[in-house]
Write a protein that binds this ligand. Structure first.
Ligand SMILES: [Zn+2]
Length: 92
């Protein structure tokens, strides 16, 4: 499936991560390369965090091909609005 990349707005391929109730999308973007993003993280990026899109895009694109970025909203008590953690692609 194709959709605008939530980080850089280029057209990108994505699919839903299996067994997750369609909460996470795995993107393969020509610019940002591969990353997994939750629906809540995508919503946060589109609203209160849109000025951070470039930063996330850059961080994703700089990972080696063995990794992808997992972008999600951590538990509220951490007081962190969004987290981006490199994980091995083989986990996904
Ligand atoms: Zn992108």
């Amino acid at each position: 499936m194709k959709e605008k990349c939530p980080l850089c707005d280029l057209e990108a391929n994505y699919n839903f991560v299996e067994g997750d109730g369609n909460k996470r999308k795995k993107f393969n973007c020509p610019k940002c390369k591969m990353f997994v993003i939750t629906d809540t993280a995508e919503g946060t990026l589109n609203t209160s965090m849109s000025e951070y899109k470039d930063e996330f895009s850059k961080a994703c694109s700089e990972l080696s091909d063995r990794y992808l970025m997992h972008i999600y909203v951590p538990p509220i008590e951490t007081n962190i609005p969004l987290k981006a953690v490199p994980e091995e692609r083989s986990h996904w």
